[in-house]
Design a protein around this ligand. Structure first.
Ligand SMILES: [Zn+2]
Ligand SMILES: [Zn+2]
Length: 361
């Protein structure tokens, strides 16, 4: 039942902490959904493994019991959708707290990707969800509204944390400087460091009266509707990133929203670049004499002309009814034909064919 977190990170059971961190960074970098080599499922798995093995007590518990949570680990509730929206997969990024799985994305990303974001402003969590699309919607594009229960900016105070109409006053903790000095005494002597003032988030000002809706935080957890424009011609497994649509954070930049798209299979068509491909069986007589057949395309019924003397495997084309690309341009429908040979010949048919044979056909 339990996953082998050591195997997931490719490390030894006795690996020291820095080795765990190193393995995690290498893998997170490789499989991050935003990258070409990205793999959403793997990325989640790596994060899960790291969250356990990087924590001494969780790691000890995992080593002993094979799980690290009070209810037997994270396996069970990992993919629960927290709101009950059909077809959505709320990843662990939205599950802050709860089962005890907390993961500081800002921290990791600062190190792995930003190269110094750690020292910059705080950043909200990224959220990752799945969306299922019909084949038609994936071809033509569609606008979807998703409902997310996430930490968002407070609408009442527009994220300022101040009660409406109240003025901003100078922060008393930092005297309006936005940063505070800290003096640390260590074995080597006394060190002075400067850090951002937590009280005013570095702005030097605080509201005289706090917004009651968000208790002055400027953010609160609530259901938020997000409109997602799915572009035409999107492929199964492709990822859309909505910058800033992730979780908000007090006095920092919002995280991003990652939307992974799953496209349902179509009974008739499959997509290849800008073309739609389908298979079509043609009766032997239609292939010999030519005919017309009805094609149920995504644009409705289309009459397809079967040319006289159709060859086995010949590809027929309906122009401009494929996948839209650029402005007003569309690919084609490619029809791979196969000639259906009769199973059984009646005595009369046989006679007819024998006469064809005599003609040298
Ligand atoms: Zn507010
Ligand atoms: Zn301050």
């Amino acid at each position: 039942m339990a996953k082998d977190y050591y195997q997931i990170l490719g490390i030894d059971k006795k690996a020291p902490k820095d080795e765990i961190k190193k393995a995690f960074r290498t893998l997170a970098h490789k499989y991050h959904p935003d990258k070409k080599t990205g793999d959403d499922a793997k990325f989640k798995e790596i994060n899960e493994a790291y969250s356990i093995l990087s924590d001494d007590s969780k790691r000890a518990q995992y080593d002993q019991f094979g799980s690290a949570g009070p209810n037997g680990g994270f396996g069970g509730g990992y993919n629960n959708s927290s709101g009950g929206f059909d077809g959505f997969d709320f990843s662990q990024f939205t599950q802050g707290g709860g089962s005890g799985f907390e993961f500081d994305f800002g921290d990791i990303f600062g190190d792995v990707f930003g190269g110094g974001r750690r020292n910059q402003a705080k950043r909200g969590r990224d959220i990752s969800i799945d969306i299922e699309l019909s084949f038609e919607d994936s071809i033509f594009g569609v606008e979807r509204t998703v409902l997310l229960n996430k930490v968002s900016k407070c609408d009442i105070c527009s994220g300022t944390g101040a009660k409406k109409g109240t003025e901003q006053v100078i922060c008393t903790k930092c005297n309006g400087k936005g940063s505070v000095r800290e003096v640390k005494r260590t074995f080597f002597g006394q060190f002075e460091s400067q850090s951002k003032c937590e009280e005013c988030q570095g702005t030097g000002k605080v509201p005289k009266e706090k917004c009651q809706t968000c208790s002055g935080m400027g953010i609160l957890k609530k259901e938020t509707e997000i409109k997602v424009k799915i572009p035409s011609g999107i492929d199964n497994g492709e990822m859309i990133r909505l910058s800033g649509a992730g979780e908000a954070t007090s006095g920092g930049q919002s995280g991003d929203l990652y939307i992974k798209v799953y496209v349902k299979k179509h009974a008739l068509f499959r997509k290849e670049d800008t073309n739609l491909i389908m298979d079509l069986g043609i009766k032997l007589t239609d292939a010999l004499l030519g005919s017309e057949v009805n094609i149920k395309s995504l644009d409705g019924d289309i009459t397809l002309k079967i040319p006289e003397g159709l060859k086995q495997g010949e590809i027929l084309r309906i122009k401009g009814k494929g996948v839209p690309y650029d402005k007003g341009y569309r690919g084609d429908i490619l029809i791979r034909t196969g000639i259906i040979m009769p199973n059984k010949l009646s005595r009369d048919t046989k006679k007819l064919i024998e006469s064809l044979k005599k003609e040298g056909l």
